[in-house]
Ligand binder design. Structure first.
Ligand code: AMP
Length: 288
């Protein structure tokens, strides 16, 4: 396995892969890799001779009061995870490789960035869209893999790739969970023992929303009321949002259509840790 730190070396590698008739998958990450990231690497390795996993804690997607400086940085063990799951390259550039002129040029995706994470974390999706675009230019993959865990982010990236005519396939992989249902996240290590235990309530609340969809409930407000029931009993927990929206574009009609695909979205703060999660459901039917 190779470790690459510069964009020019990364692009040269990608060109050599293509010249030899092979294909390249990529998995963009911020490191502190866990089984969720590993599942993306495995999926990419199942479809491509080469898999580049990028490890880059992207400063521009963190707000001024967010956890950029304390975000876990564990490159040595990340390299071991990538190797163990069939990755062939770790691309770990320093900040000035990815931002040679600072933030002079940034990308703004409209539409789907407006609600939820976009509303609560101003500038976050500009940072995400910009770094994903840069990573795609550096890695030059045939296919890029992302987790459903960050559902709104997957919509932003699909929009980015569509609108900037980027020649890459975007594939979204299922959320990997702990045994009690908590979505794996590099931020779970911040949770106190008590909060770690309570954190699975988020998943249970989303499951009640999913079950409600399967009963055919169309009124959007009914989802919020039901899902909040579980979590609002917990002390010292702040719900940023816990709602149902249209899966296609996150729009929020008063009533969904029967047969419509919806997404149940959660962002909850426990102590100093902010957790997000989601589940898809079909109103009046089983989710595909
Ligand atoms: P991050 O390092 O948190 O930026 O995540 C890198 C990629 O891994 C993103 O596409 C995430 O959606 C994905 N990811 C993070 N957690 C999980 C998980 N529990 N299951 C599947 N994919 C995940």
């Amino acid at each position: 396995m190779q470790i690459i730190h510069t964009v020019s070396e990364m692009q040269a590698f990608a060109r050599s892969v293509r010249a030899s008739g092979q294909t390249l998958g990529c998995v963009p990450t911020m490191g502190a890799l866990h089984a969720g990231h590993a599942s993306l690497v495995r999926e990419a390795a199942a479809h491509h001779e080469h898999v580049v996993t990028s490890v880059f804690v992207n400063p521009t997607q963190f707000g001024p009061n967010e956890d950029f400086s304390r975000y876990p940085r564990t490159l040595d063990s990340d390299i071991d995870v990538v190797r163990a799951h069939g990755g062939t390259v770790v691309f770990a550039p320093p900040v000035d490789e990815m931002y040679p002129s600072g933030t002079t040029t940034m990308i703004h995706v409209g539409g789907v960035t407006a609600p939820y994470e976009g509303a609560l974390r101003p500038g976050h999706f500009d940072g995400v869209a910009t770094i994903v675009c840069k990573l795609l230019q550096a890695i030059l993959p045939d296919e890029a893999y992302f987790g459903q865990k960050d559902y709104q982010q997957t919509l932003v990236i699909k929009q980015l790739v569509h609108d900037l005519l980027l020649p890459v396939r975007v594939t979204v992989c299922p959320t990997v969970r702990e045994a009690d249902g908590l979505a794996m996240s590099s931020r779970n290590i911040y949770l106190s023992a008590e909060d770690r235990q309570r954190a699975s309530t988020i998943y249970r609340a989303l499951r009640t929303g999913q079950a409600l969809a399967h009963t055919g409930e169309t009124r959007r407000v009914a989802y919020e009321q039901l899902m909040r029931d579980d979590i609002s009993t917990l002390h010292d927990v702040t719900i940023d949002y816990l709602e149902a929206a249209r899966a296609a574009d996150l729009s929020t009609p008063d009533a969904f259509e029967h047969g419509e695909e919806i997404v149940l979205l959660a962002a909850v703060r426990m102590g100093t840790t902010r957790l997000i999660d989601n589940l898809l459901a079909c109103v009046g039917g089983e989710t595909a």
